[in-house]
Design a protein around this ligand. Sequence first.
Ligand code: CA
Length: 506
Amino acid sequence: MAHDPVVDPVVTDAEHLEPHFVHVGQEAIARERLESMARDGKRPNVLVILFDDVGWGDFGCYGGGAAVGAPTPNIDRLARRGLLLTSCYSEPSCTPSRASLMTGRLPMRHGLLRPPMYGEAGGLDGEVTIAELLCGAGYVTQAVGKWHMGENVASQPQNVGFDDFYGFLSVSDMYTEWRDPYFFPEIAYSQERTKWIENQPFNKCFVHATRGGDVETVEEVTIPVLSKLDDKWADYSIEFMRRHAGGDQPWFLYHCTRGAHFDNYPLEKFLGSSPAKHPYKDTIIELDDIVGRLVATLEETGELDSTMIFLSSDNGPESSSWPDSGFTPFRSAKGSTWEGGQRVPGIVVWPGMIEADRVSDGLFSQMDLFSTMLRLAGASDSTPSDRFIDGVDQTSFLLAPDGLSNRKHIYYWLGSTLSALRVGEWKFMIASTSDDDRDVHNPSGFSGVTQKYTYARLYNLYLDPKESKSYMIRKLPYIETFQRAMGAHAMSFAKYPPKRVVGGVG
Ligand code: CA
């Protein structure tokens, strides 16, 4: 019998772990590959490249690229060397996503339900991060670029598991938007307001820190400085990879770009370099070039075959900032639980271990990286047992040539509201944001109201990827099963109560 994600049962390993499929054949292949690697005394490096607000459709390998005025040859080439995921999921916005990747937990568990703004309190402290666990397992851990998981000292990267951090702590637009007279003439042309914002308690600089130490200012992020950040950060990561090549310890490099969050000021040499001649698209060209440089470094140092690369975006495009905005073929955008908000590109490459030229629509959450990285590091035993972990170990999905996803459900959370569930091609939705406001400039995921449906909606994402027509009433046999799955998920919060650190009040 063929595997069917709607029909097949899941296995629960422990009450604090998300249930998962067990595919016996592919699990045996994965185990054999990992054991053979262990016999050689090896564990893989992990390079996570996380873009900001880049759309599912921006890259050529996802149907965008040249077709949307910004070819991405390096990313397309990389995708052909491994597995291209068509159903990779983030959370609806920056901080919730990043913290979920870092902890393997949904925002309702780590408590960062929306991004903290302009020096606002609240962050990762109190959580157990993948960086901390990999460090405990003997990895060198490095974070580069955007952090945005709390500016408070206890939440800073060097205090939650990273040996070194080189980047900025907060939300991208905050550093420059008020300096640009095009967007903020009322501040940029006013000494009083400029002074007022300069005195607000948020860090306007990009910084460097080493484990347990204080952050040291590298430079204040003015517009000319911001345009060079991604280039400098790429240099820093390249230097890190060169320094640790051939070393005794494997490494985890978490490289988060500034691009392509609004507002984009690409490096001078990329200005006008895209056929679209637009700053967002020029930034995509720059990011593609950076991916090429990072991969070339792994080839030069001979580390490519010892490194698993995961490339993704932290959420869907921010369409309220259009045209400084990415492309998605799905409904709505960042901030929403429509597919446009949470379905993101996902490319996983590990030559020799992950088959080339694979494309899969198997469900994959960025939280799964947490459990998968622990397994690859031989450190699954250090998975926390005092809290719920939503990540699923996807090692066998990745390592078996025709591997299937081990994840049955994607749960969509709109802040503190459970919004939807996906299983197979179906998306069962009980709440969403409206996306048809007439009084908002470019309405999308961050506008609208939370609407709870009286009778739920059911979308077939294969026939209707834009979620335009619910046809629940013709598909009633599924409903009880999906309701039960939603209920079981909600019940996991009875034993493990939700945490609210930023957002989600009421
Ligand atoms: Ca983002």
